[in-house]
Write a protein that binds this ligand. Structure first.
Ligand code: DP6
Length: 336
């Protein structure tokens, strides 16, 4: 029997950065995002005696996967088994699996492809083990988190959080949906100034967060105020409030990154120019648009339908940048 699932990345508005337990990806603070409708990843999961992973590019050609990537899938399956043991169904998952990944995500697009891949894998595992246990979406989001923290949020459509929890229990951090994809149609115009692979991946970056003298204040701000403000802004569709809190959190995360040991500076001159220019355009034309950046120079411009054409025109005028567009999406699902 084989199972196929599909999923997409998400746009992080309150950023997940730093763990209380790196091995289990138990975050220090909650995070929040909008799930996108594209680009998509499909994963087919088959029973197999040994772990093997095949990966195909958008053009259908097969991608050579490095040992590090294959090990990450193996490690994730091990952790998933560990979690399933706590639910009393450790044997639901076969000894090993053939994982076939078909990705429409251009390499180094600057959108966490790991969030799409591991939410997709989690949904496929949920489908594969259905005869033994019917996992809830929150439980499925734990499977996703064990592969990539941000992936826990892509299990759901629309607007969702990764709730950090408190204990060291493997299932203590999980995703939760606050509104589905029909609640609010927002557009994400994604500008990629550089297609070079990023130097330090998020997984290596998270453990450095604690070395920044500004990290404790960041965690405190999210716990006491920012996460709540972001959720409220989304639920009441208050775009201006959302703009303030998302940009504040983005600037704050990059401040923590730059002041960590070793310092991580993911933003380039292009990033700074684009954010400066869009801020000016927002002011002069009263445009509902805000920016956010993850662990790379890519700028995401989030806007409402009314601002979309203007933001697209702005984006097309950025020389040397690749351009992608996405909107609010439905999250990881099984493909019959
Ligand atoms: C800056 O989820 O990519 O994009 O768990 O190691 O895969 P791993 O980390 P990852 O970290 C995301 C970092 C971020 C912010 C976010 O998506 O919330």
């Amino acid at each position: 029997m084989s199972v196929t699932a599909g999923s997409t990345p998400n746009s992080a508005w309150i950023k997940y950065w730093g763990n209380r337990n790196d091995a289990l990806r138990l975050p220090m603070a909650d995070s929040f995002s909008m799930t996108l409708d594209s680009p998509t990843v499909e994963i087919t999961l088959d029973h197999a005696d040994v772990l093997s992973v095949r990966s195909f590019n958008p053009d259908g050609s097969e991608k050579e996967l490095g040992a590090v990537h294959i090990q990450r899938f193996g490690k994730t399956l091990e952790l998933v088994k560990q979690y399933l043991r706590t639910l009393g169904v450790e044997d639901a998952l076969p000894a090993s699996a053939l994982i076939t990944v078909r990705s429409q995500i251009p390499p180094a697009v600057g959108l966490a492809s790991s969030s799409a891949v591991f939410s997709c894998l989690a949904r496929a595992i949920q489908g594969l083990i259905l005869p033994a246990i019917e996992l809830t979406d929150e439980q499925t989001s734990v499977l996703a988190r064990l592969g990539s923290g941000s992936a826990a949020r892509s299990i759901f459509g629309g607007f969702s959080a990764l709730l950090a929890g408190e204990s060291d229990a493997i299932g203590s951090a999980y995703g939760r949906q606050y509104a589905d994809e029909h609640h609010w149609a927002l557009y994400n115009v994604i500008l990629v100034p550089s297609m070079h692979e990023k130097k330090v991946g998020s997984t290596e970056g998270h453990p450095t967060a604690h070395t920044s003298p500004h990290y404790a204040a960041r965690v405190q701000a999210i716990r006491t105020r920012r996460q709540r403000e972001c959720i409220d802004a989304v639920l009441t569709k208050d775009f201006e409030k959302l703009q303030h809190v998302v940009e504040e959190d983005c600037i704050d995360m990059h401040h923590v990154m730059r002041t960590s040991t070793p310092p991580l500076d993911y933003l380039t001159e292009d990033t700074h120019r684009i954010t400066r220019d869009i801020t000016e355009l927002r002011r002069s034309e009263h445009l509902p648009v805000f920016y956010t950046m993850d662990a790379g120079p890519t700028v995401q411009l989030l806007c409402t339908e009314e601002a979309r054409d203007r933001v697209l025109a702005f984006a097309r005028a950025q020389e040397g940048c690749a351009l992608f567009e996405a909107k609010t999406g439905p999250g990881a699902c099984l493909i019959p």
